[in-house]
Design a protein around this ligand. Structure first.
Ligand code: CAA
Length: 384
């Protein structure tokens, strides 16, 4: 067993760190406050090859491994989780699903520009449409329908809390084709945002990751060509589950980044802030907090890297990605809350960043499967 990154992985980590500090840090407070989508930053990520990091270069990707993806997600999430969620969804939920299960035509038409993050010089990203007003954790209770009309499907319904909702050009939409079959009656379709009958709702006014554009998306009699179904008839629910297993590595790494960002800021602050005649890091009350933070960050990092290693080595990573996600997201919430505490009054104002990290941490316990859903997945596996 080796605990050493390769030269290439270290280079990718540094590129991500430089990008985060130079391109994401300036303006992050304003983007959060005004809920501005970080389009410029996402276009730059595309230029770095980070929007299709793990996709085969034959389809426009950067051909990197999942370990590198974890490293890049951590560095970017330390600074701006609104940028990193956009990157995570495009990489793990959209590009991966298309590359793993799409046919050659679908890959050429959609995967190639999605992996590049651009088409004709314009932003070109995707979104994953599973959640509905009444189907969040209970993902197989889909109400969106795709009626088989012979050479096309007729799509009707509404999806909620869709990351990249208005910025995406392409949606992967999960819908029920035959309600009598339960999960086996669910399919997944590639739908273009500008098709007739697709409408984008207002941007959600969120607690955290406020730059990321989260919308509801509605479909009214949208004609989806048969060739835009991914995989065999009835494969949609399994597609969603398999894709989410990889997505959870991305969100676990996002949580890791928020956690390590909050820890690094707390350590720096504790070294310079004085109270009772000495730096606050000299007080054991603060030292213990920093020690626990450092330990949780390290444990979260190891879980993320293990899940990534399993994915790169073609092993089943369903269990490890759920473990990484539940642990890293809970660590992020705890660490960011303690970071605010260490900063005291400064922690409660925006200029010191940790209050934003605390708000951003919360969503990592909710999206791509709540902590409770991760425990269902873990429980089923360990009880086997
Ligand atoms: N891989 C392959 N197949 C799987 C699977 C997996 N990981 N998990 C389940 N399946 C299969 C099962 O084997 C079963 O198939 P068979 O009948 O052929 O055996 C079928 O799928 C149904 O499985 P279950 O009976 O286990 O399904 P369930 O209804 O009990 O649900 C669940 C299980 C784990 C709770 C699931 O509903 C779930 O993951 N819910 C959370 C949904 C979620 O993560 N949403 C996130 C939205 S996307 C997002 O958040 C993006 C963003 O904005 C950042």
């Amino acid at each position: 067993m080796q605990f050493q990154l390769t030269e290439e992985q270290l280079m990718i980590q540094k590129a991500a760190r430089d990008f985060a500090l130079q391109q994401c840090l300036p303006g992050v407070i304003e983007r959060d406050e005004k809920q501005l989508f970080p389009k410029e930053q996402v276009m730059q990520l595309a230029d770095l090859g980070f929007m299709g990091m793990m996709v085969d270069p034959a389809y426009g990707g950067a051909g990197m491994d999942t370990i590198s993806y974890v490293l890049a997600m951590e560095e970017i999430s330390k600074v701006d989780a609104s940028v990193s969620v956009c990157m995570s969804v495009n990489n793990s939920l959209v590009c991966w699903g298309l590359e793993a299960y799409g046919n050659e035509d679908q890959k050429k038409q959609y995967l190639t520009p999605l992996a590049q993050g651009k088409k004709d010089g314009e932003l070109y990203i995707g979104a994953f449409l599973l959640s509905e007003p009444e189907a969040g954790s209970d993902a197989s209770s889909q109400r969106t329908t795709a009626e088989d009309k012979g050479d096309y499907y007729l799509l009707n319904g509404t999806k909620n809390w869709i990351t990249n909702g208005s910025s995406a050009s392409v949606y992967l939409v999960i819908a029920q084709t035959d309600v009598t079959k339960g999960p086996a009656g669910i399919n997944v379709f590639i739908v273009e945002k500008n098709w007739p009958g697709v409408s984008v709702g207002a941007k959600e006014n969120k607690m955290g990751i406020r730059g990321s554009d989260t919308h509801s998306i509605s479909f009214t009699d949208v004609k989806v060509p048969k060739e835009n179904r991914i995989g065999e008839e009835g494969f949609g629910f399994k597609f969603a589950m398999k894709t989410l297993a990889g997505g959870r590595i991305g969100i676990a790494s996002q949580a890791l980044g928020i956690a390590s960002g909050a820890f690094e800021r707390s350590l720096a602050y504790a070294k310079q802030r004085k109270a009772f005649g000495k730096e606050i890091m000299q007080h054991q009350a603060i030292q213990f907090k920093l020690a626990d933070m450092a330990t949780k960050v390290e444990a979260a990092r190891l879980l993320c890297l293990k899940a990534a290693w399993e994915k790169d080595n073609k092993k089943d990573y369903t269990l490890s990605s759920s473990m990484a996600k539940v642990f890293a997201s809970e660590a992020a919430m705890w660490i960011a809350t303690e970071a605010v505490q260490i900063h005291g009054g400064y922690g409660y104002v925006k200029e010191y960043h940790v209050e934003r990290l605390m708000r951003d941490a919360k969503i990592t316990q909710i999206y791509e499967g709540t902590s409770e859903v991760q425990r269902i997945v873990i429980g089923r596996s360990v009880l086997k």
